[in-house]
Design a protein. Structure first.
Length: 285
């Protein structure tokens, strides 16, 4: 399978990061969302990040321009007609994802693989919205995609071995070191194991055990974690973290994944994490 054109559905932090990753590996990457404006904003964020790297001497202006030239934007799913592979990274809402996959199935060429970057939703249910369930697979990237080496690959119930292999090879093409799961399971490996750790940290804040900064400091110094759990939730987004916990709580019927009220309170206050400048921490502008 030769891949040179990638469509990324979803112009959020992860979608933009995947697009930048693809562009840096020499692929044409198109970001699309429900409006052209959202996709253009994603590209603007990428340009801003690259400009910072130029200012620090990490890359040249020419390097930046080459990456940006490979990133295109759209406001609908029509670029799926020309894509060699599609990566869906939209909001964690199964009904929305099923609609996206049904439309992608209608537009994309018959041989094209449709990937989802979901952390906890059913791959099989997304695949059921298409006429090519054997070509639907999870490719779960980690934030930030341009740095993190792992991509988790997981099949749905009908995903073919050929699709799994193709997804693994594409991951390697992007410079990743893939892990291929044997069967479909909620949240895969990292997000499922890590979810309990992050959730327990939020319960400690709720219980008044320690301040967020001290909980993070303890985990960094005592467990040698590069980032504290509450800092990581801020980076992921409190809304995304909560959605994952709710899915795991329901699907696995396991009370360990129930989240504390403080998460709901922070979300109600608009404190969604680093992407809006405030979560467990304040990040200013």
């Amino acid at each position: 399978m030769t891949i040179s054109k990638v469509l990324i559905v979803g112009a959020g932090t992860m979608g933009g990061g995947i697009a930048q990753l693809c562009a840096q590996r020499g692929l044409d990457a198109t970001i699309t969302d429900i409006s052209q404006e959202l996709s253009d904003q994603a590209k603007a964020r990428i340009e801003k990040g690259l400009s910072k790297r130029v200012a620090k001497g990490k890359i040249t202006e020419d390097d930046k321009n080459k990456v940006l030239a490979k990133i295109h934007t759209a406001g609908d799913l029509s670029p799926a007609k020309d894509a060699d592979i599609v990566i869906e990274s939209a909001i964690e809402d199964l009904d929305i994802k099923k609609k996206i996959f049904a439309e992608l199935d209608r537009l994309a060429r018959p041989e094209v693989i449709l990937c989802t970057n979901t952390t906890s939703l059913s791959i099989s249910k997304m695949a059921a919205a298409t006429k090519r369930p054997e070509q639907v697979v999870q490719m779960h990237f980690f934030n930030p995609p341009v740095i993190m080496k792992l991509v988790e690959i997981m099949p749905g119930r009908q995903t073919s071995k050929e699709t799994l292999k193709a997804a693994e090879e594409f991951g390697k093409q992007l410079g990743k070191d893939p892990v291929v799961c044997k069967s479909e399971a909620p949240a895969g490996i990292v997000s499922r194991a890590l979810g309990q750790l992050l959730n327990e940290a939020t319960w400690m804040v709720e219980a008044g055990v320690a301040e967020p900064a001290d909980i993070d400091k303890a985990m960094k110094l005592g467990a040698n974690h590069p980032m504290g759990p509450l800092q990581l939730i801020d980076m992921i987004g409190l809304d995304i973290h909560r959605a994952k916990m709710q899915t795991l709580r329901t699907v696995l019927d396991d009370p360990r994944y129930a989240h504390p009220p403080i998460v709901d309170r922070l979300i109600e206050e608009g404190r969604l994490g680093k992407k809006v400048g405030k979560g467990f921490y304040d990040y200013g502008e």
